[in-house]
Write a protein that binds this ligand. Structure first.
Ligand SMILES: [Zn+2]
Ligand SMILES: [Zn+2]
Length: 241
């Protein structure tokens, strides 16, 4: 049990707090909650890049990358909800989960993401499917951070999690050093759905961070191949452009 799991301290900044039994107050202090509450921004409906307040005035719903892809798209284009940009201090919250084996943080991030999804006005998914890691990575880390987030997100929005519907068949090294196009190429065929997905099931794809979107697109392709028609991607953070 890590230091962040000691009861009575803010999950994010370690400030002592009078713990509430439910809601954000059971995880974070009032300062951290205020920071979360002030993140309101308009994002691309497909990839969650920030569009900014000015673009909203023109009724824009998608960024310049996604606009061509969503025009006349069948099946329905991917939809996406995130909590925040991948910047300080939120990147540290992710790091605590990813490298600190901090499962209390997963409870908080799952709760936060669930709250954001319910606020978004988008239809809730029927089933949550975490972005998988390869068997090697799972053995090395001991857990899949996306699956931990999905578990707690599922509890908050009352939806089941299916950890075995999507698998990663191969680990491809040095993704971080590659550009967006190269990543996409590198990831082709890395993910596979393990079952046929009925068209009327809305899939909720869950990840911790969306970086270039290549991983998400690869998972989307695998899910579509298995029959999925509507997919909502949910991630805690999104790397800004
Ligand atoms: Zn705090
Ligand atoms: Zn976009």
């Amino acid at each position: 049990m890590g230091a962040a799991m000691v009861p009575g301290r803010c999950m994010a900044c370690q400030t002592p707090l009078h713990k509430q039994t439910h809601g954000f107050g059971s995880f974070v202090c009032t300062n951290c909650q205020a920071m979360i509450d002030h993140l309101e921004t308009v994002r691309c409906k497909r990839c969650a890049l920030t569009l900014g307040p000015r673009l909203q005035a023109f009724g824009w719903t998608h960024c310049r990358h996604c606009k061509p892809a969503v025009e006349n798209s069948t099946p329905a284009p991917l939809e996406c909800v995130v909590c925040s940009d991948y910047v300080a201090p939120f990147d540290q919250w992710i790091a605590l989960l990813k490298y600190g084996n901090n499962h209390g943080m997963a409870r908080f991030l799952g709760y936060w993401l669930g709250s954001r999804v319910m606020e978004s006005g988008m239809a809730l998914p029927d089933v949550l499917v975490p972005v998988p890691v390869s068997p090697d990575k799972l053995k090395q880390r001991g857990y899949n951070q996306a699956a931990l987030i999905a578990r707690h997100l599922g509890r908050h929005i009352d939806r089941p999690v299916r950890n075995d519907w999507l698998i990663k068949t191969q680990e491809l090294g040095a993704q971080a050093a590659l550009g967006r196009e190269e990543r996409l190429q590198n990831l082709q065929g890395a993910f596979r759905a393990t079952r046929c997905i009925p068209k009327n099931i809305r899939i909720g794809l869950v990840d911790d961070v969306i970086t270039t979107g290549a991983t998400i697109q690869s998972c989307e392709a695998a899910l579509r191949k298995a029959g999925a028609e509507t997919i909502l991607t949910m991630a805690v953070c999104r790397t800004p452009e």
